[in-house]
Design a protein around this ligand. Structure first.
Ligand SMILES: Nc1ncnc2c1ncn2[C@@H]1O[C@H](COP(=O)(O)OP(=O)(O)O)[C@@H](O)[C@H]1O
Ligand SMILES: [Mg+2]
Length: 367
C-alpha cells in the first residue's frame, strides 16, 4: 500500500509557538511510519514557511526561528497540492506533494481559520475544523452567540468595541457595573493561552483590564465570573457523528488558569475523571457535542466548561479547535482514558480529514 503523505505544520505566529513544537514532536514520534510519510514544515514567528530536511534536528529546537531550514511556500495557484522551494523571486520545482496537512498550530493564525483558508485555496485536505468553525471558536463573542442559539448555558457576557471605549470610557464602565457583579473577566475577543485576560475585582482593575484587552483586539468581551466553579474539559473526535470523551478537570495553581499556570509554573493539575456527578458528566458530554455541532466543527475540538461544586450547574466556557497535543495535554489524555491511545488518535484524525475532503469531492458542483 502506498504511504499517505502528511505535512506536519508547526511553530507559527502565536504565543503558543513553543508549545506547538512540543505537540509536533509528540505527533511525529507517535505516527506510524509504515503507513505515513512525513514532511515537517516549520512556521517562524514572522510567518515564513521552512521545510526541515533533517526531521529529528528540526524538532529538537525550541523555536523554528533559530534554525536554518529551506524556505518554501504552499502552491495554491493550480490544482496541485505542492510545497515548493522559494528561490529568490522564482518559485522552482515542487519538492513535496502532500495528501493531507496536519496543522499542529495553536492560537491566532493557526486555529482561527486563516491557515485553513489557505488549505482550501490549495485544495489540500487538512486535519481538524474548517474555516468557519475555526474562526467562530476563536472569536469568543461569535462563539457565545452560537452557543446561545443552541441553548447551551453560559455566564452572562457583553461585547465592546474599541471605538465605543474611546468615545466614552466612563459610560462603558458604568454600563458594565450596572450589569455585572465583581469579579468580572475581561478578554480580547480573539486570543488564546489566557493572553490579555484579566479578572477584575474593582473599577480600577476593570479599566486597566479593558485597556490591556484592547492592546490585543479591537473587540473585547466582559463576562460574569463562574466563582468557585470547577473547570472541566471534554474531548470531541469525529465529523458527522462526533464522539465525546470522559470528562477531565483542571485545577489551576493560580486564581485562574492564566498564561503562567498554563505554560510556566507547573502548579496546575489534571484530574481524570473530573470530580463531578455522573449526571453532570453526561450533561457536559452532550453539551460538548452540541457545541461542536453549533460551530459546525469537524475532526477534533476540546470543549471547556465550568461546573458548580454541587454539580448542579454547567456552563460552557469555550471550544478549542486545535487543543494542546503533547502527551501530557488534556486532549490526548482524555482519549487515552476513553480507550484511544495517542498513535490511534493521530490515525483517526488523519482519516477524518481525508474523509471530509472525499465527501466534498462527491459534491455535484465543485468550486
Ligand atoms: N467566566 C469565567 N468565570 C470563571 N473563570 C473564568 C471565566 N472565564 C475565564 N476564566 C478563567 O480564565 C481562564 C482563561 O479563559 P479562557 O476564556 O479559557 O481563555 P483562553 O482562550 O485564553 O484559554 C479559564 O481557563 C478560567 O480559569
Ligand atoms: Mg481556555
Amino acid at each position: 500500500m502506498e504511504k499517505i503523505k502528511v505535512g506536519v505544520l508547526f511553530g507559527g505566529q502565536s504565543a503558543e509557538h513553543e508549545v506547538s513544537l512540543v505537540s509536533a514532536r509528540s505527533v511525529v514520534a507517535a505516527i506510524d511510519r509504515s503507513r505515513y510519510e512525513i514532511s515537517l514544515i516549520g512556521i517562524t514567528h514572522q510567518g515564513q514557511w521552512l521545510l526541515a530536511e533533517d526531521q529529528n534536528k528540526a524538532l529538537s529546537y525550541k523555536t523554528v526561528d533559530e534554525q536554518s531550514l529551506l524556505p518554501v511556500s504552499l502552491d495554491y495557484t493550480g490544482a496541485n497540492r505542492q510545497i515548493r522551494r522559494n528561490q529568490s523571486d522564482v518559485i522552482d520545482e515542487a519538492i513535496t506533494d502532500l495528501d493531507i496537512i496536519f496543522p499542529v498550530l495553536h492560537g491566532p493564525h493557526g486555529e482561527d481559520g486563516t491557515v485553513q483558508g489557505l488549505f482550501e485555496l490549495a485544495n489540500l485536505p487538512y486535519v481538524g475544523c474548517g474555516v468557519a468553525a475555526s474562526a467562530l471558536a476563536m472569536d469568543k463573542v461569535l462563539a457565545k452567540q452560537a452557543f446561545m442559539s443552541a441553548d447551551i448555558p453560559q455566564t452572562d457576557f457583553q461585547a465592546f468595541r474599541v471605538h465605543d471605549w474611546r468615545r466614552s470610557e466612563s459610560a462603558i464602565i458604568k454600563k458594565i457595573e450596572a450589569r455585572f457583579e465583581y469579579p468580572v473577566f475581561i478578554k480580547p475577543a480573539n486570543m488564546g493561552s489566557s493572553v490579555g485576560i484579566t479578572k477584575a475585582h474593582d473599577s480600577n482593575e476593570l479599566a486597566r483590564g479593558i485597556r490591556l484587552a484592547f492592546d490585543y483586539d479591537l473587540k473585547i468581551i466582559i463576562e460574569e465570573s463562574a466563582q468557585g466553579y470547577r473547570e472541566v474539559e471534554c474531548a470531541i473526535l469525529g465529523n458527522e457523528n462526533p464522539r465525546a470523551s470522559v470528562v477531565g478537570e483542571i485545577v489551576p495553581g493560580n486564581e485562574f488558569y492564566d498564561y503562567e499556570t498554563k505554560y510556566i509554573d507547573d502548579k496546575s493539575e489534571l484530574i481524570i475523571p473530573a470530580r463531578i456527578s455522573e449526571p453532570a458528566a453526561e450533561t457536559v458530554r452532550s453539551l460538548a457535542v452540541k457545541a461542536f455541532q453549533a460551530i459546525d466543527g469537524s475532526g477534533l475540538a476540546r470543549v471547556d466548561f465550568f461546573v458548580s461544586q454541587d454539580s448542579q450547574v454547567v456552563y460552557i466556557n469555550e471550544v478549542n479547535t486545535m487543543p494542546g497535543f503533547t502527551p501530557i495535554s488534556m486532549y490526548p489524555k482524555l482519549w487515552q482514558a476513553s480507550g484511544i491511545d495517542y498513535g490511534e488518535l493521530i490515525d483517526q484524525l488523519i482519516s477524518l480529514g481525508i474523509e471530509k475532503s472525499k465527501q466534498k469531492q462527491l459534491l455535484k458542483v465543485k468550486l
